[in-house]
Design a protein around this ligand. Structure first.
Ligand code: NAD
Length: 329
């Protein structure tokens, strides 16, 4: 195995441009070229990054070991199929596909051809979340808000598959218990599909997640609140800020405590609430996830979000979307 991965980007629109840029900077990656059905876009970015603009997907595939797929979601399955059957590793932007059937096809082909599938659930690489890596997260209740101003980009799929799926993936990564039940509602405001959605997911272990997503908002919001035994954690994915509140045994009026409410533990001991702000090391999440992909191909790491995790998030997202549509009948 060499210590560099020959890689190409398919789809250099809004996000694909950033993929190409970061891949051109990652030491262990050799950005061989890009392909876009809009050839003019491919030529511009290839010129900028001093790489090739291929005229077809086949051309790109025959020159690389791996492909980053950043095309509109409905096209993921066909592009991935072509790459995987040619034994190329694939990084697929989220959501992995539009149906679980398509996702299953991608996963079965990848198994057959022994290729890596990683999915672009970028929030897993958010520095504010990574700052909490030393903390054991065992939520009883999670409250999530994700809001974004309206843009026509991304509206080829409902808000659940565009925005909420980020939080579905996060919630599934925090709660390791099967989903027991889903309640969901949503409305369309700007498009013909659902633009604002709320989902309550109940897990078999009793944990609950309440997720609200909207693509009709004035300001962007990406916040998670996690409640668990003696612990409350807030993560602001946009501001890059994590805060932890812990209830712990303490001497009366401990100066480190932020609140000296009369909390008494089961054993009768005095308890107080302590505040921590973990140090967040600023890093580009997209660069980190692409590095994780490249290092996984080199055999040094495994994908933090593999194809199965991408499929699981899609499965729950589709169930939520179906529940919303049921409510509209
Ligand atoms: P975009 O429309 O800006 O760009 C898509 C590009 O793909 C266009 O340049 C288009 O010409 C090209 N294209 C279309 N079909 C193609 C094909 N079959 N082969 C090659 N090129 C093709 O879209 P975008 O906003 O960059 O989104 C692309 C993907 O990234 C979507 O799946 C979207 O859900 C995902 N996305 C993820 C995040 C994230 O936070 N991880 C954010 C935005 C978009």
């Amino acid at each position: 195995m060499t210590n560099s991965v020959k890689i190409g980007v398919v789809g250099v629109g809004h996000l694909g441009n950033h993929h190409a840029f970061h891949l051109s900077k990652i030491k262990e990656a050799n950005l061989v070229g890009v392909f876009d059905v809009d050839q003019a876009k491919a030529v511009i970015i290839a010129k900028e990054l001093k790489t090739n603009a291929f005229e077809s997907l086949e051309d790109l595939i025959s020159n690389v070991d791996a492909v980053s797929i950043v095309t509109p979601t409905p096209t993921h399955v066909d592009v991935a199929k072509m790459c995987i059957t040619n034994e190329r590793h694939v990084f697929i932007e989220k959501p992995i596909a539009t149906t679980t059937r398509e996702a299953d096809l991608i996963l079965s082909l990848a198994k057959k051809h022994k290729t890596i599938v990683q999915v672009g659930h970028i929030e897993r690489f958010n520095p504010a979340l990574l700052a909490l890596s030393g903390l054991e997260i065992t939520p009883k209740y999670i409250e999530v808000h994700r809001m974004a101003p309206f843009m026509s980009r991304g509206t080829d799929v409902p808000v659940v598959l565009d925005l909420m799926i980020h939080d579905i993936d996060l919630v599934l990564s925090f709660i390791s218990s099967p989903v027991e039940d889903i309640y969901a509602n949503g409305v369309s405001i700007m498009t013909n599909s659902i633009d604002i959605a709320n989902a309550r997911i109940k897990f078999q272990n009793g944990s609950i997640a309440n997720i609200t997503s909207s693509r009709v908002a004035k300001d962007r919001v990406r916040k998670i609140k996690i409640f668990q035994q003696d612990l409350y954690v807030t993560i602001d994915f946009l501001a890059g800020l994590s805060e932890v509140y812990k209830a712990m045994d303490a001497h009366q009026n401990d100066p480190q405590a932020i609140m000296s409410a009369p909390l008494i533990g089961k054993d009768g001991k005095n308890r107080q609430i302590f505040y921590e702000k973990p140090t967040v090391t600023k890093k580009d999440a997209l660069k980190m996830e692409l590095k994780n992909f490249v290092q996984s191909i080199l055999g040094n790491e495994t994908p933090l979000v593999d194809g199965h995790a991408g499929r699981q998030a899609l499965d729950v997202a589709i169930k939520i979307q179906d529940k919303i549509l049921e409510g509209h009948k």
